[in-house]
Design a binder for this molecule. Sequence first.
Ligand SMILES: C[S@@+](CC[C@H](N)C(=O)[O-])C[C@H]1O[C@@H](n2cnc3c(N)ncnc32)[C@H](O)[C@@H]1O
Length: 306
Amino acid sequence: MEAVRSADEIRDVNTRYHDVAASTYDSKWGIDFGEVGQAQVLGKLRKVLGSELDPGFQRSLEIGAGTGYFSLNLLQSGVVKRATCTDISPGMVRTLAVNAERLGLEVRAARADAEALPFADESFDLVLGHAVLHHLPDLERAFEEFARVLRPGGRIIFAGEPSRTGDRLAWLPKRGASALAPLWRAALRAREAPPDRPGPAGEAAEDHGLERLVDIHAFTPGELAGFAKRAGFTDVKVRGEELVANWFGWFNRALEASADPDQVPMLWRQYAFHGYLVLQRVDEQVLEPLLPPALFYNLLLAARRA
Ligand SMILES: C[S@@+](CC[C@H](N)C(=O)[O-])C[C@H]1O[C@@H](n2cnc3c(N)ncnc32)[C@H](O)[C@@H]1O
């Protein structure tokens, strides 16, 4: 496939890819709206805000909200009182609305491009996002928009952004899993996935091919901080998270993707899920305080509008 060049093409490919992914997104990524999901989301915010999280936020705006992982969990835990959720993909916005209704939550959901937000100046106390900045073609403009819609003193928090070094290091478990996949399938007596099978999210092969075109950035901690500083934000903080948990996750996901999904035993899936949670605690309590942010797979950014 040809390389994507213009900003419009990047937005278009993001819309198409995420529209197709929307209906199976939660099961693919194990997104949870119960106690586990709430603890995960709150844990990430607490890493950069500490006790400042406790009074909560009145009006939040989520960018690239997807199916609602962050906002719906924050509403349920009471950290956010009124949530507005936006995404460039109409399919994601529809799935988010269905999730909110199922959970009995009221949200304002709208289709919007991060770089042209359809909201008045200073209308939110918190602008947040998870795994979205690396899809945006014009980050300078997006950060200007975040600053415009935030009240003075309001907060931005972005989590789950790929770190450049962390991304390179994740190549190791992916390659290791590819090499071990035949042995693993033999041990589990699982058939190999057919070559023309749908992608891991059940999407058609053509749209699965779009996946590599939607991830357009990986950041160093300094680059991520730079976008916030140039848009006039203060108290800029960048943290790294997830190292061994991520290696474990990629290793298992690469093994699973090599097999017919119906033949991956539930016991294996449980092991992969619970193992990931245990290793997340190892990262958080042992490695994150010790190692530089650049080594981790994900970066978290927090800042304040002056
Ligand atoms: C990796 S998904 C993350 C979804 C959700 N935040 C989560 O953590 O589950 C990235 C989301 O960003 C959205 N997105 C991509 N480009 C965007 C843009 N220019 N403006 C707004 N949203 C965008 C996608 O449609 C997708 O829903």
